[in-house]
Ligand binder design. Structure first.
Ligand code: WQD
Length: 340
C-alpha cells in the first residue's frame, strides 16, 4: 500500500491505471488540468473500484501550482507521470505548446522529486521514439531515431531529461514505451473519450459506427504491408494499466536493475488498419463506412513490439486480444451515446 501521485490520472490510460492501483491496494492521488478529460471520470473510477480517489485540478506547467500541490502532499512514495498532450498531428501545428506543456510539467515534477527526496518515477513514454524502425519487431535496443513529430520529440527529450536528473540526483525511474493503447474498461464505466474530433483510429471507428462521424478515412493503402495499410501493435488499455502497477511495485520493492529502465508495452502482434476494421465489423456484426484517402504525414509504415524484455524482466505480458479491445471499445461507445 503506497500513496502514489498520478498526473493526468483522469485521462485515458491514467484513469485505467488508477483503477488498477486501487485494486492492488495503493492510494492514488490524481492531478489533472482537465485539458483532455473531465472530472466525471472520477464517478466511473468509483463505480468500478468502490473508492473515489483524491483529485486536484493542477496545471503542471505552472510552477507555482506544482509547488503548492507538493507542499500539501508530503507522504507521496512515487509518481506515475501521464500528464502530456499526445496528438501526433496536432503537435506539428502547435509545437511550442507541446514543448511547454510536456517538458515544462516534467521538469517541475522532477524538481519537486529532488527537493522532497521522492525517488520513484514511472514515465509515460511512447513507441514513437523509434520512428520508422529499421527492424521489426522493435526491441528496447532499437535505435531512438530523429522524432517525426514534436510529440515524439517531447517523449525522447523527456527520457533524456529523466536520465540527466537521475545522474545528478539518484532517482529510480522506469520509462514505459506504449505502442497503441485502445479499448476501454470491460465495465464500460471508463474509456477513451477524446474531446472533439478523434485523432486516433479506434475512437474514430466506434464514433463512425455510432453515427457521430460520417465516414472513417483510411490514410493510405499503398504502404509496403500485407494489405497496403499501416501496421500497428494495438494493446488493450487495461493491459497497459496493469503494466504500470507491475512497474511501480518493481520500484517500491527495489527490484529494478539499475536506476533507469525502459520497457516496450505491446502485444508483439501487428495489425493493419483494415484488420482493425475487420475486427470491429466482426465483433459488432456491422459494416463500417470507410474510404481510402491519401496518406497522413508522419505515419510510419509499421511498428510492433518485441515483448521479450517486458515478459521476462518486468514479468508482465498482455492478455487481451484485438477483438477483446474492439468489443470493449464498442460497448463503451454505445454506453456514452446511449445506444443499446
Ligand atoms: C493508427 C493508424 C493511421 C486515424 C498513436 C498515438 C501516439 C502513440 C502511438 C502513445 C495509422 C490510421 C488513424 C484515422 C486512419 N501512442 N488512421 N484514419 O499514429 O500510431 O499514434 O500511437 O504515445 O500518441 O497517437 O495512432 O490511432 O493515430 O493511427 O487511417 O482517422 O490508423 O494512418 O496507420 P498512431 P493512430
Amino acid at each position: 500500500m503506497a500513496q502514489i501521485l498520478v498526473t493526468g490520472g483522469l485521462g485515458f490510460i491514467g484513469s485505467h491505471t488508477v483503477v488498477e492501483l486501487i485494486q492492488a491496494g495503493h492510494e492514488p492521488i490524481i492531478v489533472d488540468n482537465l485539458s483532455n478529460s473531465t472530472a466525471s471520470v472520477l464517478d466511473g473510477i468509483e463505480k468500478i473500484s468502490g473508492k473515489r480517489p483524491t483529485f486536484e485540478r493542477v496545471d503542471l506547467k505552472v510552477k507555482a501550482e506544482v509547488r503548492d500541490f507538493f507542499s500539501r502532499y508530503t507522504t507521496l512514495e512515487g509518481i506515475i507521470h501521464f500528464a502530456a498532450f499526445k496528438a501526433v498531428g496536432e503537435s506539428v501545428q502547435k509545437p511550442l505548446e507541446y514543448y511547454e506543456n510536456n517538458l515544462g510539467s516534467l521538469v517541475y515534477i522532477l524538481q519537486e522529486m529532488r527537493d522532497l527526496q521522492i525517488d520513484k518515477l514511472i514515465f509515460s513514454s511512447s513507441c514513437t521514439v523509434y520512428g520508422e524502425a529499421d527492424e521489426l519487431p522493435i526491441t528496447e535496443n532499437s535505435p531512438v531515431k530523429a522524432a517525426i513529430s514534436p510529440y515524439g520529440n517531447t517523449k525522447q527529450i523527456g527520457e533524456e531529461v529523466i536520465k540527466d536528473a537521475i545522474e545528478a540526483h539518484g532517482f529510480n525511474s522506469i520509462s514505459l514505451r506504449y505502442f497503441n493503447p485502445i479499448g476501454a474498461h470491460p465495465s464500460a464505466e471508463i474509456g477513451e473519450s477524446p474531446l472533439g474530433v478523434p485523432l486516433n483510429l479506434v475512437p474514430y471507428v466506434t464514433q463512425t459506427a455510432a453515427g457521430v462521424r460520417e465516414q472513417l478515412a483510411v490514410f493510405g493503402d499503398d504502404y509496403e504491408t500485407r494489405d497496403g495499410t499501416n501496421e500497428r501493435d494495438y494493446i488493450h488499455v487495461v493491459d497497459v494499466a496493469k503494466a504500470h502497477v507491475v512497474a511501480l511495485d518493481r520500484l517500491l520493492k527495489g527490484q529494478n536493475q539499475g536506476n533507469y529502465e525502459v520497457f516496450n508495452l505491446g502485444t508483439g502482434k501487428g495489425s493493419t488498419v483494415l484488420e482493425v476494421i475487420q475486427s470491429f465489423e466482426k465483433v459488432s456484426n456491422s459494416k463500417l463506412n470507410y474510404k481510402i484517402v491519401e496518406r497522413r504525414h508522419g505515419d510510419v509504415t509499421a511498428a510492433y513490439a518485441d515483448t521479450t524484455k517486458a515478459n521476462q524482466v518486468l514479468g508482465w505480458k498482455s492478455e487481451k486480444t484485438l477483438d477483446d479491445a474492439m468489443v470493449d471499445a464498442w460497448r463503451w461507445e454505445k454506453k456514452i451515446r446511449k445506444i443499446n
